[in-house]
Design a protein around this ligand. Sequence first.
Ligand SMILES: Nc1ncnc2c1ncn2[C@@H]1O[C@H](COP(=O)(O)OP(=O)(O)O)[C@@H](O)[C@H]1O
Ligand SMILES: [Mg+2]
Length: 212
Amino acid sequence: MTSPLLTATNLSAGYRATTVVREVSLTLRAGDQVALLGRSGSGKTTLLLAMAGLVPPSAGVVDRHSLSPRDVAVVFQSPSLIAELTSLENVVLPLRLSSRLPASEAYDRARRALDSLGVDAVDALPGQMSGGQQQRVAVARVLATDAQVIFADEPTGSLDATHARAVLSALRTHCTAQRGALVLATHDAGLAAALPTTWRLDEGRLHQVVPC
Ligand SMILES: Nc1ncnc2c1ncn2[C@@H]1O[C@H](COP(=O)(O)OP(=O)(O)O)[C@@H](O)[C@H]1O
Ligand SMILES: [Mg+2]
C-alpha cells in the first residue's frame, strides 16, 4: 500500500458553537477516487474544507504529510470566478500565481483544460456565462494545475448529464496522471456510484461503503 497523502484523526469541525463534522478518521492515498456522499446539510462542504485546510479543526488533526499547499486544490461549490476576468484569464491567473510557467505555456494549459470540458466561450466574462459554464471554468481552473489532491464540492451540480460525465472523467484523468487523489462531494447516489469508493456522511459522521 502506498504511503498516505492525507490523514484525518478524530477530526471535528464546525462554526462557532456548532459542531458539523464529528470525530472523522480517514486516510487518503495516491490512486484514491472517492465520492463523499451525503444529504444537504450533512457536512460535506465543511469536511472537504477541513481536509483542504480552509476550515480549522475544533478537535483532532489533519495531517497533509508531504503535500504542499499548491499540491491541494479545491473546486468550490459556488464557482467563485473573478468577475472582471474572462474564462481564460480566470484559469490562467492561479496557474501563474502558483507556478513558474511561462505565460505562453500557462495560456496553452488553460485552453486545453477549458477545451477538455467543452468550454468554448474563453473570452466571456463570468456574468455573460450560464451557471453550468461557470462551473466548468471553475473545474478547468484546477485541472490546469499540477495539483495532486483535488477536493471537488458538487462540481456537476449545475450540469447536464453529458457535461457532468466530461467533468467527472477529466477530474479522474487528472488525478491518475498526477498519481494523486480525488474526493468529490455529492448528494447524488448515482454519481457516487461512478467512483470506486464511497464515503457516506450522515450528520457529520463518516461511514465507508465497501464496494461490491
Ligand atoms: N459558514 C457557516 N456558518 C455557520 N454554519 C454553517 C456554515 N456553513 C455551513 N453551516 C452549517 O453546517 C451544516 C453543514 O453544512 P455543509 O457542510 O455546507 O453541508 P453540505 O455541504 O453537506 O450541504 C449545515 O447545518 C449548515 O447550515
Ligand atoms: Mg455543500
